[in-house]
Design a protein around this ligand. Structure first.
Ligand code: NDP
Ligand code: A1CAB
Length: 269
C-alpha cells in the first residue's frame, strides 16, 4: 500500500514502541521531515526527525499519534489542549484506553486505536486496529502505515481490544519468556546455557515460520513431531495434563486483559 503524504505527523512519546514503529516506517520510506517527535526529555527520536519537548507554534497537524503510556494520558491532553482546531487523524496505541475516552479528551475527526507489538521493529509485527468510524481516506492511511509493520487486522467490536492486546500486544513478552524457559529447561538437562539458549530460539524461529506457512493447524503439526510412543509424546503429555499449558496461558492473558481494563478505567476519570 502506498503512503499518502497528508502532511505533518506528530508522535507524542517515542520509547520502546513509538520508536520501533517510527524507525520501521522511516526504513520503509516515510519521509522523516514529516515527523515531529514530542517527549519530555527530547530523546528517543531517530536521526533526521525533529525532536521537541513542547508542541510547536504551528497549525494543527494532520496526524497525531499517541505513543506514551496510558498513565500519561492527562499530560498528553494538556499538551495538545492549546491546539486551535480539530486534528484530522488521531492514532492511539495506548493499551486499554477506549475510543470514547479518546474522543472525549482529544478533538479529532477520525480516531483509530492501534495495538502493535514489538516485532514491528523488523516488519514482522502484529497490529490490530479499531475505529468507531471516520473518514475513509484517513482509515486507509492507517492501514498503509500498519501494513509496513507486518500483519494487521481490524476488529469490529471494541470489546475485543483488551483481548487482542493481551494476545498479540503483550504476546511477544510471553513468547520471549517461553524461549527463556525452554533454554533453562535444556540447561537443567546438562546443556551449556549459551548453547541451550541458541537452540531454543532457533527452534522457536523455525517452528513459527513453519506454522505460519502451513495449511495444518499447530495442533496437527505438534502431532507430526510426536512419533507414536516416542519422546515428544512423553513431553506433550506433561504440557497437556489437566490442560496445564492452556490453563497457564488462559490465566496469563486474563491477567493482562484485566490490567488493560484497569488502565482504561483510570483514563476515564
Ligand atoms: N512496549 C510494547 O511492546 C507495546 C507498547 N504499547 C503501548 O505503547 C505505549 C508506550 O509504551 P512503551 O513505548 O513501552 O513506553 P516507553 O516508556 O518506552 O515510552 C514512553 C514514551 O513516552 C514519552 N513520554 C512520557 N511522558 C510524556 C509526556 N508527558 N509528554 C510527551 N511524551 C511523554 C517518553 O519520553 P520522556 O520520558 O522523555 O517524556 C517515552 O518516549 C503505551 O501506551 C503502551 O500501552 C502497545 C503495544 C506494545
Ligand atoms: O505492557 C503494556 O502495557 C503494553 C501493552 C501491550 C504491550 N505492552
Amino acid at each position: 500500500m502506498i503512503l499518502a503524504d497528508t502532511g505533518p505527523i506528530w508522535l507524542i512519546g517515542c520509547g520502546n514502541m513509538g520508536g520501533a514503529m517510527l524507525r520501521r516506517w522511516i526504513a520503509a520510506g516515510l519521509d522523516p521531515a514529516r515527523v515531529t517527535v514530542i517527549t519530555r526529555s527530547g530523546t528517543g527520536a531517530p536521526e533526521g526527525v525533529r525532536s521537541l519537548t513542547a508542541i510547536p507554534d504551528e497549525p494543527v497537524p494532520d496526524t497525531v499519534m499517541l505513543a506514551l503510556k496510558p498513565q500519561q494520558i492527562d499530560a498528553a491532553q494538556a499538551l495538545l489542549a492549546p491546539l486551535g482546531g480539530r486534528i484530522r487523524l488521531l492514532v492511539s496505541i495506548l493499551a486499554g484506553v477506549d475510543h470514547a475516552t479518546l474522543a472525549e479528551r482529544f478533538a479529532a475527526e477520525t480516531i483509530v486505536r492501534a495495538m502493535p507489538n514489538l516485532p514491528v521493529a523488523i516488519g514482522k509485527g502484529v497490529t490490530t486496529l479499531y475505529t468507531a468510524g471516520g473518514d475513509a481516506a484517513a482509515v486507509m492511511e492507517v492501514e498503509a502505515l500498519a501494513s509496513l509493520l507486518g500483519h494487521y487486522e481490524w476488529i469490529a467490536d471494541e470489546r475485543h481490544f483488551d483481548a487482542v492486546t493481551a494476545l498479540a500486544g503483550c504476546g511477544p513478552g510471553f513468547v520471549f519468556r517461553f524461549a527463556d524457559a525452554l533454554a533453562t529447561a535444556g540447561a537443567a538437562l546438562g546443556l551449556p546455557a549459551d548453547q541451550a539458549a541458541r537452540l531454543a530460539i532457533a527452534t522457536l524461529e523455525g517452528s513459527a515460520i513453519m506454522a505460519a506457512a502451513a495449511e495444518e493447524s499447530p495442533a496437527v503439526l505438534a502431532d507430526r513431531v510426536a512419533s507414536p510412543g516416542g519422546s515428544t509424546r512423553a513431553g506433550l503429555n506433561v504440557l497437556d495434563r489437566d490442560d496445564a499449558l492452556v490453563g497457564l496461558l488462559t490465566d496469563t492473558l486474563a491477567a493482562s486483559a484485566a490490567r488493560n481494563a484497569e488502565m482504561a478505567a483510570a483514563a476515564r476519570r
